[in-house]
Design a protein around this ligand. Structure first.
Ligand code: NAD
Ligand code: DAU
Length: 361
């Protein structure tokens, strides 16, 4: 038996492949385009008996059809996406191409494959679509957390493209009977996260004694979940989720961005002391356009129905994450390529000097 994982060389995908295989899961085949966010070295060292990496695009019709006939997977886990909100503001085109058109192609090829299966294989087949809490939009400070029935209200090109893909998945379940499952998860953190995202960016800037760019007043709130808790929950959804259902996943760990950055600074003071408090590096910079103020997830349905129970508290997970970045300097150096430097320059300008790029408020 084989499970096809798209986007398996990215942050969550890598953690999923490594965790599922170490938990004794069956063979995984990763389909990944290896964009700037994908890294084949993350998956080095896995034997071909347990894992294969196919480099390619979920939007490539022939390739996806060919993978179905070659591997005859019993399930697909769709993680492939453009995932960074700031990049979606800078240039939404790739987000539409991969998150919407790519998912559409994957669904089309899956439908053809599904229709060719015998009754037993069809009964067991699943399409698990991994999505985000951002599709629900932004919460006020006292509003209750997102549930599966919260209306969709995406605010960024990224979240709009994910919402579109969720709707397509839903429609393929409803119209064609494709056995779909969808998860909407809150912010993940942990090893292998590309350092364009808040936590690894702050860790690496802090280590390099560079400014720590906090957007606006830093009082925006996110709900954090350690990545291995997320990928184990995805396994539970795949195995025990009810076809056609959606599941909200989150850590019930709401923190303001300033709280998160301050905690990173305290950990760096302890684990990589320089004699000066890292918090001195914090700089408030111009806010993200259309910045969602607060996300919070109510994971009650997943807890009740599939036994979802995160095991790692935020402070513990954050320390393990900072330690991972300290111990994996070669990985860090390998992803901080020319493309990464171009993005940082475009997004943040020269922080510390007057009004360049985002540094101007
Ligand atoms: P990531 O950007 O780290 O990785 C995405 C992976 O997808 C990369 O390996 C990239 O090469 C690959 N990819 C991109 N376009 C592709 C294409 N057209 N064909 C094949 N592969 C392609 O993202 P991530 O943080 O690991 O997120 C994975 C999924 O989980 C995404 O769908 C994202 O929306 C969702 N999600 C992420 C979070 C989070 O906090 N990171 C939270 C909830 C949901
Ligand atoms: O909620 C789930 C989502 O979480 C996922 O769907 C996305 O793929 C993932 O990128 C993440 O989106 P966010 O926009 O919440 O994550 P990001 O790490 O980019 O930012 C977290 C918060 O920190 C957000 O409020 C913006 C802020 N921020 C971010 C960066 C990169 C800063 O203040 N400064 C920064 O330099």
């Amino acid at each position: 038996m084989t499970v096809l994982v798209t986007g398996g060389a990215g942050f969550i995908g890598t953690n999923l492949v490594l965790t599922w295989l170490s938990d004794g899961f069956e063979k995984l085949v990763t389909l990944d385009k290896l964009t700037y966010a994908g890294n084949r070295r993350n998956l080095d060292g896995l034997s071909s008996e347990h894992h294969e990496l196919v480099v390619g695009d979920i939007g490539d019709r022939e390739l996806v059809a060919c993978l179905f006939s070659q591997y005859r997977p019993r399930a697909i886990v769709n993680l492939a996406a453009e995932s960074h909100v700031d990049r979606s503001i800078d240039g939404p085109g790739d987000f539409i191409e991969t998150n919407v058109v790519g998912t559409f192609n994957l669904l089309e090829q899956t439908r053809r494959y599904f229709d060719s299966l015998g009754p037993q294989e069809a009964e067991n087949f699943r399409f698990l679509h991994v999505s985000t809490d951002e599709v629900y939009g932004s919460l006020g400070p006292l509003e209750p957390a997102f549930t599966e029935t919260t209306p969709y209200c995406p605010n960024s090109p990224y979240s709009a493209s994910k919402a579109a893909s969720d709707h397509l998945v839903r429609a393929y379940g409803h119209t064609y009977g494709l056995p779909t499952l969808t998860t909407n998860c809150s912010n993940n953190y942990g090893p292998y996260q590309f350092p364009e995202k808040l936590i690894p960016l702050m860790v690496l800037n802090g280590l390099a004694e560079k400014p720590l760019p906090v957007y606006g007043d830093g009082q925006q709130v996110r709900d954090w979940l350690f990545v291995t808790d997320h990928v184990r929950a995805l396994k539970q959804v795949l195995e025990n989720g009810e076809v056609g259902q959606t599941y909200n996943l989150g850590g019930e760990a709401e923190k303001s961005n300033l709280e998160v950055v301050s905690l990173v600074c305290t950990l760096l003071d302890e684990l990589a002391p320089t004699g000066r408090p890292h918090a001195n590096l914090i700089e408030h910079v111009r806010d993200r356009p259309g910045h969602d103020r607060r996300y919070a997830v109510n994971p009650g349905k997943a807890r009740r129905t599939i036994g979802f129970a995160p095991s790692i508290i935020f402070e513990e997970g954050l320390k393990a994450t900072v330690q991972w970045y300290l111990e994996n300097r070669a990985w860090v150096a390998s992803v901080q390529s020319g493309e990464y430097r171009n993005w940082i320059e475009r997004q943040y300008g020269t922080l510390g000097s007057a009004d360049k790029g985002r540094a101007s408020r």
